[in-house]
Design a protein around this ligand. Sequence first.
Ligand SMILES: Cc1cc2nc3c(=O)[nH]c(=O)nc-3n(C[C@H](O)[C@H](O)[C@H](O)COP(=O)(O)O)c2cc1C
Length: 224
Amino acid sequence: MSPSASFSDVVRDRRAVRSFLDKAVPDDVLRAVLDEAQLAPSNSNTQPWIVHIARGTARDRLSEALLRADDEERYSLDFPYDGSAYEGAYARRRQDQAKALLDALGVSRDDEAGRRLAARRNLEFFGAPQVALLCVPGFAGARITADAGMYAQTFLLSLAARGLGGVAQTTIGFYADTVREALGLPDDHKLLFSMSFGYPDKRWTAQTPRTYRASLEESVHFHE
Ligand SMILES: Cc1cc2nc3c(=O)[nH]c(=O)nc-3n(C[C@H](O)[C@H](O)[C@H](O)COP(=O)(O)O)c2cc1C
């Protein structure tokens, strides 16, 4: 898709991509995407996102460090994650998403080893030759992380508008110290999540079902 595709097409075609070609995104394309992501809105225009991009040997080093940390169960989160906090419809959607992902991979829910292997694909960036690590300053709270979310979606849509793709990954945020150590980041760059990105493997895209969305009535409430 060319960058001139309609906004609606870009929004509707974007999806989480979990299989990439072994083809690096050229510098000029990456630069254009980063320029557009930089236009994301933020509270008082503070632009509190700090983005580290790992590619080439840094990407490989990072992936190896993450896999090692996972083997050794060395988890370090800058922002807590509690899956059990999701209730009702939110818990149901979460379960549906996990099931759809495992079904697409042919892994059954009781196949512990298969599930672990599938989760570890995150740590290999799903084969993407580059990954963006999205950080915020050390003092960040909920409002600042919301600004980073604005950045992330602008980044992902800019990729989609160019026929590229990406996936946000909370999973990488479980290894914040490992990421800082592997890339030599300062302690006050707090890791929210990563985005693996690149050229989607179209065979994978064709085989993998799209996610569903709740009806508008479930999410939007009019007051008149
Ligand atoms: C903040 C955030 C974190 C996510 N973390 C992960 C992750 O760790 N691993 C993964 O495979 N997908 C992850 N996803 C992708 C979501 O599962 C996906 O966006 C969602 O199921 C909707 O599907 P779609 O993006 O294809 O529309 C994440 C998405 C967001 C926005």
